[in-house]
Design a protein around this ligand. Structure first.
Ligand code: 9G3
Length: 572
């Protein structure tokens, strides 16, 4: 491609609205432009990368035996009424009416659509299993789109759905997809980790894994064992059972007693006032689970994991109660509430909190706390379960030797075992070998294609700009004639450009009449992996060959440059 003809508007200055490196560089390198909040145009350079990522995903999905189709983004609301998700989702679900005033959604995902298709087209077990995928634009009206294409309101997703007659058969495809995803993210040049995840709103009783591109700007926190390969999203991560916070409660442990603690509402204030460790406090929080109050108790040095709590109480919505609700429900102001003496409200105690031998908690009376509280003696939990976030240093639940360390990740892929959650509601069944009608068992598998561009840039950049891996680079080689008025330099550059193109190499030639400095800065910024500069020594058959990733620059013959390039590019 000839740069002089391209719409490739590079920027010197950093757009102020861009907060993270990938967003800044995608704007500065002329890959995208914002149309509206969370909505982007992919300019030619950005679009080329998007198509290369899609091609790699498509190749690996087909290698894994999936068949590609394309659904409509417009989905009739009836399907969403059938699964109940028309009501489950709020403003994030883009809804619209057609000219006949019929309700539609712009698809954020396609479980309803694909399951309806399979219901219509597949009825015999002989046609199963089947794995179908598409690559398409999705719509989710994020409340706060940010970080450029990393959290947009419109984005490109590969979504696949598999259909099975048994969980065992689903497991086979799940493992095949797990491998395909590992191949995909490796080919994209990403440093990634598969992590155990929480299936969240879409539920589905099966296991699920997220594929995290490790990056400091990642919105997800993952807990990784220092010793074994255990890795889990913080929403899901567990810790090996921890020793009791104090001594085991003894029969003659003193009865609980009131403490006058005027104005000390927070754990920090209590620790300071009483000189006790945060781990002996029974921190009490009130939630509304589907509107019903639930009391959660964790140790003072832990936090409630709302994803775990929500799963435990099987709630559709879970939110912290406000101060008024707390006062009304427990008769005490926030900061002085506790589980002792509560009536008619469910009390869930975290496993680690249940081991506190002699705890301190709110007395359910303003300015008073209780000490020497023994769980099970002074109050009876309805449930004792893991409802806390693990903390760094916790023992690994898998090997028990290593400790958990936190890292940040960008969720680029997510695979799920769905079971019959959708097929049962849509009525997608098959006739088994005994002619008995059974609900089809499903899996689903997503990759954020456009999000991968941001993740790749977050992991591959330097002060000069983007450093594209060869596999997804918009062009493999940047041929730069230093002075386009010099006929010899231009002829040599053009010749190399044509020879490489004839070999199927993607070549960009900077044929602009620009100062060399501008050309080199732009070349570093847009991150083409290999560069051949045709300058003063061209007449001697010498050009400069630069590898963007290492910065390694050598003067070589044109032939050597050609051979180097062919060696580094072919097979990508
Ligand atoms: C919605 C809205 C947002 C959503 C969903 C539904 C996320 C929703 C989860 C999934 C699960 C998998 C198939 C491909 C892989 C991911 N956000 N999810 O279901 F209506 Cl507004 O999309 N779907």
């Amino acid at each position: 491609m000839r740069q002089n003809k391209m719409i490739l508007p590079t920027l010197r200055e950093v757009p102020k609205e861009a907060e993270i490196t990938s967003h800044r560089l995608m704007l500065r390198a002329g890959l995208i432009r914002q149309l509206a909040s969370g909505i982007y145009t992919y300019l030619p350079l950005g679009y080329r990368v998007l198509k290369k990522v899609e091609r790699i995903v498509r190749e690996e999905m087909e290698r894994a035996g999936a068949q590609e189709l394309l659904f409509s983004a417009l989905q009739p609301a009836e399907l969403w009424h059938q699964t109940g998700r028309w009501d489950d989702y709020g403003p994030e679900l883009v809804r619209l009416k057609d000219r006949h005033d019929r309700d539609f959604v712009l698809g954020p995902t396609h479980e309803e659509v694909i399951t309806t298709l399979v219901k219509q087209e597949i009825s015999s077990y002989k046609k199963l299993p089947v794995n179908l995928f598409q690559i398409q634009t999705k719509y989710r009206d994020e409340r706060r789109p940010r970080f450029g294409v990393m959290r947009a309101r419109e984005f490109v997703m590969k979504d696949a759905y598999s259909f099975h007659t048994s969980w065992d058969d689903l497991d086979v495809t799940y493992k095949t997809m797990y491998t395909a995803y590992s191949n995909i993210f490796s080919r994209l040049g990403l440093f990634f980790r598969p992590v155990e995840a929480n299936s969240g709103a879409i539920g589905g009783e099966g296991e699920n894994h997220e594929f995290m591109a490790m990056a400091a700007v990642g919105e997800d926190t993952i807990a990784v064992c220092s010793h074994c390969d255990y890795a889990a999203n913080l929403e899901k991560a567990e810790a090996a059972d921890v020793p009791a916070a104090g001594l085991e409660p003894t029969a003659d442990a003193p009865a609980f007693a009131k403490l006058h603690t005027p104005g000390t509402k927070t754990i920090e204030q209590l620790v300071a006032a009483l000189g006790l460790e945060a781990s002996v406090f029974l921190k009490t929080l009130v939630y509304l689970a589907d509107g019903e109050p639930v009391v959660a108790v964790v140790r003072g040095d832990h936090d409630v994991n709302e994803a775990k709590l929500k799963d435990l109480v099987a709630a559709t919505t879970l939110e912290l109660a406000n101060d008024t609700t707390i006062l009304r429900t427990l008769g005490a102001p926030v900061g002085f509430i506790g589980p002792v003496g509560l009536k008619g409200v469910k009390i869930i105690v975290d496993k680690s909190a249940a081991k506190v031998a002699s705890g301190v908690t709110g007395a359910n009376e303003a300015d008073y706390h209780l000490q020497n509280v023994v769980v099970g003696r002074d109050f009876t939990p309805d449930t004792v379960a893991d409802i806390r976030n693990v903390v760094e240093g916790d023992k690994c639940p898998n090997c028990g030797d290593g400790t958990l360390e936190f890292h940040r990740g960008i969720e680029c892929g997510h695979i799920f075992k769905l079971g019959t959650k959708y097929s049962s509601k849509i009525g997608a069944t098959y006739l088994d070998e005994n002619q008995k009608s059974q609900d089809i068992i499903m899996g689903c598998y997503g990759i954020g294609i456009s999000r991968c561009l941001a993740a790749i840039i977050e992991q591959n950049n330097d002060e000069g700009g983007i450093i594209w891996p060869v596999s997804v680079a918009p062009y493999h080689v940047h041929v730069i004639p230093v002075n386009v008025k010099d006929e010899e330099q231009t002829a040599i550059a053009e010749n190399l450009y044509r020879r490489l193109q004839a070999q199927g190499v993607d070549v960009l030639i900077d044929d602009r009449d620009e100062r060399p400095g501008v050309k080199f800065k732009d070349s570093d910024l847009i991150g083409i992996p290999l560069r051949v500069t045709v300058g003063k020594r061209a007449g001697e058959g010498i050009v400069e060959f630069k590898v963007r990733k290492t910065g390694e620059t050598t003067e070589v013959s044109i032939e050597q440059a050609y051979e180097e390039i062919m060696g580094m590019v072919l097979g990508q």
